[in-house]
Write a protein that binds this ligand. Structure first.
Ligand code: PMP
Length: 443
């Protein structure tokens, strides 16, 4: 109103983007819908109605319980009962909810120290540091480690938090084609030829940044090839394991575990605590020297709130369960269930004739819709069948590569997945989404 009166551009003047248009279309799906209860095997949505065909919604007072294919709850730790929840409840009684301080002030509790030690041991690095958000971990990591005169080579599909952090670092950023090791080698050769061999001059440091498992494609990084290139071209390697830690590898320890590679071969392992661990936050795990540097210079360490006690206890308990310390056998069982569920649903969808992207072991299953107009229709039809799904399109994907993204959990039962497949069968026919011949293993 002020802007209208005084004739300047209001701050929301460029806000009419893809996502707000979706809301304006009054689509009845689960996009951005408030929920109640635990985002576990099921998720309960609050029913709402748009008053004006715009972005304001009125809650109707009723709810809809849906099968949850939309939350990153890989190992089923998003729950309100069991050993993790009990321990988190006790932590609130003993420590309260907040640390009320950044790490560098009085925000480091005995729980923080314990969790950092547990994470370091879990991922196989000498030390680790936790942050209250995964996004903030990446957003602040790079400016502590690289800067002007350094080169960052980044996979073109790296998460926005990596791009954000990379820009803040002030280093030169070049992108290589997704998972294309030849393209990366081309850039490395170019970088080396610009300077002296070994020292990489004029680059003070070279950092290659990839994800373990890419959340939009379900693809796994080619870690063995990256390690070979690293030996040849001598660069630092940063792997974001947001979707791979606790989800892949025989012991659930991420891509190093999956490929049988010693974690000492990777300079920095980053991960989030939001997905497999059912908590909040992120971590960086590396040598003691790198972690020491972060502890003294990282902006989040100095200026951002530390993770709160119940969150830290949730991380510690879930890690102890995965590694079999707390409840013998349960971690392995959850990992097996996740692996089975991921393969079962992926194979079932391929048999139906859907085109499915990504690695067979990926708990994220991107299902191609292609046409952006089919996104709201797919999501709406699934919701009619009481299933919550996420659909993703431009700008997160190219315009004609719209997709649905199913998140598999160890909490899902085989019956849940059969229900999901039956719904996809019907909706696939309705919206003409079965693009392949339906031969298993295709696409
Ligand atoms: N890295 C990657 C690869 C991610 O996918 C995400 C979020 N999905 C993040 C970092 C940020 O983590 P968080 O949501 O825990 O802040």
């Amino acid at each position: 109103h002020l802007a209208e009166r005084d004739g300047y551009a209001p701050l929301n003047s460029d806000f009419d983007n893809f996502y707000t248009r979706r809301l304006k279309m009054r689509i009845n799906d689960c996009f951005s819908r408030p929920t109640t209860g635990v985002p576990g095997r099921f998720i309960t949505l609050l029913d709402r109605k748009s008053d004006d065909g715009n972005n304001t919604f009125k809650l109707l007072g009723s709810t809809t319980e849906t099968l949850n294919m939309s939350s990153y709850n890989y190992l089923g730790f998003a729950q309100s009962e069991g050993p993790c929840a009990d321990a988190a409840e006790q932590a609130v009684r003993k420590y309260g909810v907040t640390m009320a301080s950044p790490r560098a002030d009085s925000g480091t509790s005995e729980l923080t120290v314990e969790v950092e030690d547990l994470i370091a041991r879990f991922v196989g690095k000498p030390a680790s540091m936790v942050f209250s958000m995964g996004f903030v971990t990446n957003a602040t990591a790079f400016s502590t480690l690289i800067g002007r005169g350094c080169l960052m080579l980044s996979d073109e599909l790296n998460h926005s938090s990596i791009r954000f952090g990379a820009r803040l670092s002030g280093s030169m950023i070049k992108m290589f084609k997704h998972n294309d090791m030849r393209d990366l080698e081309r850039l490395l050769r170019e970088a080396i030829s610009q300077g002296q061999p070994r020292t990489h001059r004029p680059w003070k440091k070279i950092l290659v940044t990839v994800e373990g498992l890419y959340s939009m494609e379900g693809t796994m990084c080619n870690l063995p090839a990256l390690i070979e290139l690293k030996k040849k071209y001598k660069f630092n390697l940063f792997v974001d394991e947001a979707h791979s830690v606790g989800a892949v590898g025989p012991r659930g320890r991420g891509v190093c575990d999956f490929f049988g590679i010693d974690p000492s071969e990777v300079d920095i392992l980053m991960g989030t605590l939001t997905k497999s661990f059912g908590a909040n936050g992120g971590y960086l795990a590396a040598s003691k020297e790198i972690i020491d540097k972060l502890r003294t210079q990282n902006a989040a360490m100095l200026f951002a709130e530390s993770p709160g006690p119940p969150v830290l206890v949730q991380i510690a308990s879930s890690l102890r369960i995965i590694s079999g310390e707390l409840v013998p056998g349960q971690g392995a069982e959850r990992l097996q269930r996740l692996a089975f569920n991921s393969r079962y649903l992926r194979l079932g969808l391929k048999r139906l004739g859907y085109i499915v992207y990504g690695h067979d072991d990926s708990p994220i299953i991107p299902v191609m819709l292609y046409n952006p107009a089919k996104m709201p229709a797919f999501s709406h039809e699934m919701l009619k069948r009481k299933i919550s799904v996420v659909v993703v399109g431009y700008p997160a994907t190219p315009l004609v590569s719209s997709r649905a993204r199913f998140c598999i959990s160890a909490a899902h039962t085989k019956d849940d997945l059969d229900r999901m497949l039956a719904a996809c069968d019907e909706v696939g026919d309705l919206l003409q989404l079965k693009f392949s011949s339906g031969v298993a293993g295709g696409a």
